[in-house]
Write a new protein. Structure first.
Length: 309
């Protein structure tokens, strides 16, 4: 199962996208591309800067509390790079893996560097999960309509928990670090809520570009559900479950499943635009000194490759 899981989650993501294409054809994707304007790209970059800076500050707080050196400016650059890699590589988490390993090597403690990123991601996603669950249970009709999607989501989370049990030693160290950063929770939660608001604002921009005139009170619960399902590690560069859930949610709200799919595609494209500064960071001559063996001098290797790979 450990060997098959990376391929399985990729196949699930591809299967979801294929099913949506079969059900809705390509109209939603074509309409989404036509709806995006240069002005929307500028807004996406501005909101992307805001959410990236807030998320990087959350990582900076946690890493410093765990005794890891992390300049705030460097955290923002690394976070941008991770977001871009997440957007262009399968699984949607490889950028965070690279961020964790690279920072761990620079700090001299790879394991703690990985745990710092893990805790940071859990903190951010935890706020999105709580908000999404509240939105779901606050709208009983929406909850019943989303039941077909909740069952496979539960299965995926079950598989993730089983895999986590196989790494119980690493989880024990993670819980120890979690206890060490507990007193930071007001700042971490505050930054996470502010970053969530930025993501929701970009979702609203996407909905308005598509032509949705629904009120914010109607849209926000649907958008929170999309952010909730994005936690599932079965996407392809962020695509897959988000599109399926928004199509279902918009249909259940009487707004049309095709419009929900189009909104999701526009949001996906705007998210990619917002991550483009991360591509620029890849072009910088940032290299790390990593010894290959004890009897060899350090060798300069590109940060993108990740030390030890």
């Amino acid at each position: 199962m450990k060997k098959l899981w990376p391929w399985l989650r990729l196949l699930i993501g591809v299967g979801i996208i294929t099913g949506l294409l079969w059900w809705h054809s390509t109209d939603a994707f074509v309409n989404a591309l036509h709806a995006i304007s240069p002005g929307a790209g500028v807004v996406a970059l501005a909101l992307g800067l805001l959410t990236t800076a807030l998320s990087a500050a959350r990582w900076w707080l946690i890493a410093r509390r765990l005794g890891l050196r992390l300049p705030l400016g460097g955290a923002v650059m690394d976070y941008y790079r991770a977001q871009f890699l997440n957007a262009v590589l399968p699984a949607g988490v490889l950028g965070d893996v690279h961020r964790a390993v690279s920072h761990g090597h620079r700090s001299g403690d790879v394991a703690r560097g990985v745990r710092a990123v893990f805790i940071e991601r859990v903190a951010g996603q935890g706020v999105a999960i709580v908000a999404g669950v509240i939105a779901l249970f606050a709208h009983p009709g929406l909850l019943s309509a989303m039941a077909p999607a909740l069952i496979p989501a539960g299965v995926v989370l079950g598989v993730v928990l089983i895999l986590a049990r196989w790494r119980h030693r690493a989880m024990a160290a993670t819980f120890a670090d979690l206890r060490a950063v507990l007193h930071l929770w007001p700042g971490v939660v505050g930054l996470s809520v502010a970053a969530l608001a930025g993501h929701l604002a970009l979702f609203v921009v996407a909905a308005r570009l598509v032509g949705s005139t629904a009120s914010l009170l109607t849209l926000l619960p649907l958008l929170l559900l999309a952010l909730l399902v994005m936690v599932l590690p079965v996407n392809v560069g962020g695509w897959g479950p988000r599109e399926a859930v928004l199509a279902l949610a918009f249909g259940a709200a009487g707004l049309g499943s095709a419009q929900g799919l189009t909104v999701s595609v526009v949001y996906g494209v705007l998210t990619f635009v917002a991550s483009l500064p991360g591509a620029a960071t890849l072009l910088l001559k940032h290299r790390e000194a990593v010894p290959e063996r004890r009897d060899q001098a350090p060798k300069r290797v590109p940060a993108l490759l990740g030390a030890g790979h």
